[in-house]
Write a protein that binds this ligand. Structure first.
Ligand SMILES: Cc1ncc(COP(=O)(O)O)c(C=O)c1O
Length: 378
């Protein structure tokens, strides 16, 4: 029996997307495929609410994070990295690798960065070339308020770079209106595509940085990629053709549902899941929760990894454990992309059964009741 996927990425892929991925491949230089690339890139632009071009790459989200550093910066540059979880910390690690000085703004994991704090840090480092932030910090479930952060950085010269890997398709992003200079994201989470494709969008200010960068980039060179797109509607190298088919179908599904409905659905699922786990006696880790994943704190003496294991082994539901120092202390229920409200009863039911199985003192049914209440009321 295959486990049902309730992880915060990769996520459950709908049948229509899987069927598209399984089609015979087109050659990546054919006009038909160029048309698909252009179409998908236009759709991604609409999703980010930007007039800037989006560039598609064959890699996971970390590849795009690294590409952003390599393309925007020069050796010895200073940047500000907001570190409120595993992925925020990753910006720091990548910068170090490229000889970029990273001001590591550590925010207690589970908390979000306050716009005033970021503005103060930016004022203290007026020579910083960029500010790197994670929109939805998947390791802790904390939501950084990108609109407010962009406003707080308005008068600073640093480019505002946002990793939207687990927020795109869950929380609205208005790149142009809010004044975000760069957005990067992977497509294996709320965009319901098997792992392997990522994208980036840059505005004029960011392209200015690209033209001055002296760090090495070849496969991930933004300028080469942009030129090829402009001239031929192609990517410079062999794209993951089948994943582009899948992404096209996934985007069409969400467009059909209506982007506002997609965001509302995630908001309902987030609220209902949080209510369910709280009714079972748990607390959620983040102060301001994202809607694509619920990160649940275990009380002392309860091993979160055991809950994950039992849910999978005994009840066929795969959730995720915690990362780095949160391992064993939290577990994470993903509810984005292909997950629908009706699926939540399965994951909360499995959680209740797993808790009974490990002898955790909770009353089976109270989580499901709280879940249904939110779903019925909203
Ligand atoms: C916020 C965020 N950024 C980046 C990534 C990229 O990680 P990966 O390269 O494993 O896709 C992830 C994946 O979990 C993520 O959640």
């Amino acid at each position: 029996m295959k486990s049902k996927l309730f992880t915060p990425g990769p996520t459950k892929v709908p049948g229509a997307v899987l069927s598209a991925v399984g089609k015979q491949v087109l050659h990546h230089r054919s006009p038909e495929f160029s048309e698909k690339v252009r179409h998908v890139q236009d759709e991604l632009g609409r999703l980010l609410q930007t007039h800037n071009d989006t560039l598609l790459f064959t890699c996971s989200g970390t590849g795009m994070m690294e590409a952003a550093v390599a393309n925007l910066l020069s050796r010895g540059d200073k940047v500000i990295c907001v570190n409120n979880g595993v992925f925020g910390e990753r910006w720091v690690d990548i910068c170090k690798e490229y000889g970029v000085e990273a001001i590591d703004v550590v925010v207690e994991w589970g908390k979000s960065i306050a716009p005033a704090e970021l503005s103060t840090v930016a004022a203290a480092h007026p020579d910083a070339k960029a500010v790197f932030v994670i929109h939805s910090e998947t390791s802790t479930g904390a939501l950084n308020d990108i609109k407010a952060l962009a406003a707080a950085l308005k008068d600073h010269q640093a480019a505002f770079v946002v990793d939207a890997t687990s927020s795109v398709g869950v929380h609205e992003i208005r790149m142009d209106e809010w004044g975000i200079d760069v957005v990067i994201a992977g497509t294996q989470k709320a965009l319901m595509t098997p792992p392997g494709l990522s994208f980036v969008a840059l505005n004029g200010k960011a392209w200015g940085l690209v033209s001055n960068s002296d760090l090495p980039a070849f496969y991930f060179d933004f300028t080469t990629t942009w030129k090829r797109l402009q001239r031929k509607g192609q990517t410079p190298f062999t794209t993951a053709v089948s994943l582009v088919y899948g992404l096209e179908v996934a985007l069409a599904m969400m467009e059909k549902e209506g982007w506002d409905n997609v965001y509302d659905r995630h908001a309902r699922m987030g609220e209902a899941t949080r209510a369910a786990v709280k009714a079972l006696g748990f607390s959620v880790l983040p102060e301001h929760s994202v809607n694509g994943v619920t990160v649940i704190m275990c009380p002392d003496g309860v091993d979160a990894n055991k809950i994950v294991r039992v849910m999978d082994d005994e009840f066929g539901v795969r959730v995720a454990g915690g990362q780095t120092h949160l391992s064993g202390r939290v577990f994470r229920i993903g509810h984005m992309g292909g997950i629908r409200e009706r699926d939540l009863a399965m994951v909360i039911g499995a959680l209740e059964r797993a808790l009974a199985s490990i002898g955790y003192p909770s009353t089976p049914g109270v989580g499901l009741t709280a879940l249904q209440q939110v779903l019925l009321e909203r």
